[in-house]
Design a protein around this ligand. Sequence first.
Ligand code: PLP
Length: 392
Amino acid sequence: MSEHRSETRLVEAGRRREWTHVDAAKGGIVSPGVWRASTVLFDDVATMHASWPPETGKFQYGRSGTPTHWALSEALTSLEPGAQTTRLFPSGAAACAAALLSVLAAGDEVLMVDSVYGPTRAFCDGMLRRLGVATRYYDPLIGPGIADLIGDKTKAIFLESPCSLTFEVQDVPAICAVAKARGIVTMIDNTWATPLLFPAIAAGCDMSILACTKYIGGHADVMLGSVTATAALAKKLDLATRALGQTAGPDDCWLALRGLRTLDVRLRRHEENGLRVARWLKDQPQVARVLHPALPDCPGHEYWSRDFKGASGLFAFVLDGGDAAAAARLIDSLELFGIGYSWGGFESLAVPAEPTRTATHQDWEGPIVRLHIGLEHPEDLIADLAAGLARL
Ligand SMILES: *Cc1c(COP(=O)(O)O)cnc(C)c1O
C-alpha cells in the first residue's frame, strides 16, 4: 500500500475486502460501514481464548475495535511512511496525553516545546507533575541546540510544528537526530500539517499525533484523536492505550474515515485560499505582520520551505498597535468568520490568539488574530476582512 502516492493511499487505505464484502458472493460496499459492538460472540470457549491478544482484523471485545476502527487506523498508518501502528482516542487532547504517558515514568523529564497547544501544557504542569514527571520548556526555534538541554532524566522530546497560535516552524529533523543519538523518544503534534503535508515519522519522529477533530474529520462535527508510531514504540503505545482504557466511538471513526477520503483536495483548497488571504493581509496598513509558515515573516519559515509539502488554512496576523479590545471589535464585526474554538472544518473562523498567557519565551508586539480559512470564495473573505479593518 505505502508504495503508492499519498493521494492514492487516501482512496485505497482501510478498504480491506473482508470489511466491505462481508458476504463476498453477494457483492460489497465501497467503504466499511459502522460496526458498533461491546460484546463479541464466539462459537466456543477455545475460540474465545484464541481471540487474545487483540490485533487488527481479529474480533475480541468492543474496546479492541471493530472493522470501522481498524480501517481508520490502517488508513492513518499508511499516510506515515515508516510507521507501524495507529491507536485511536476520543479526542486529540487524549491522544497527546496517552503518547506522553506511554513513555514517561516518575523521575523522568520531558522537553516540551514552549509554544505547545494549551491543554497539552496543562497536562504536563498538572497531571505529569503530580506523577513525578518534570517538564522543561524549550524555544521552538532551538534546533540542534536542544542537545544542551538534555540530561540524564530526559526521556522524551515533544514537538509541535508549526504551533497553532504563533506558527513557529521547528527544525524537526535536527531535533530528532539529536534525540535519536541519545536514545530519547520524539513525539510530534502534527495536527496543522497532517501527514500529507509533513510525514513526521519519515522526518525522524517516533510518534505522530493528530487531533483528527480538525482536518481529518474536516466538517466540525467529530471529536477524535490518533497516535501513529514506529515499530519500536508500538508496544509501549499499545500498553498505555489499553491501560488507560482508551477507545473511540465507531460513528466518530466512520466520520473521520469519510473525511479522510477528501483530505487531499480540501487541504489544497485551504492552502490556496489561506495564502490568498494571508498575502492580502500582508499589504494592509493596519497589519504589522502575518504569521503564516509559507511567508518569510513567520519564524522558522526556512524549515517549512525545506520540509513541508504545503500549507494548511490556519495562520495568524498581528495588528499594528491597538489592544485586545480592538482585536475583539474586529473579530466581532466579521460576517463570514465564526467565532469559536477548534479549526480544520470547511468553514472560516477568527479568534484572538493570546500566546503570552501560556508561553514563557516570547513577547509579541500587538494583539494577534488567528484565522482559519475555509472553503468559501477567498475574495468574499477578503471583502469581509477589508470592511472589518476599515472600521477599526
Ligand atoms: C485541537 C488541538 C488538539 C486537541 O484536539 P481535541 O480533539 O480538540 O482534543 C491538540 N493539538 C492541537 C494542535 C490542536 O489544535
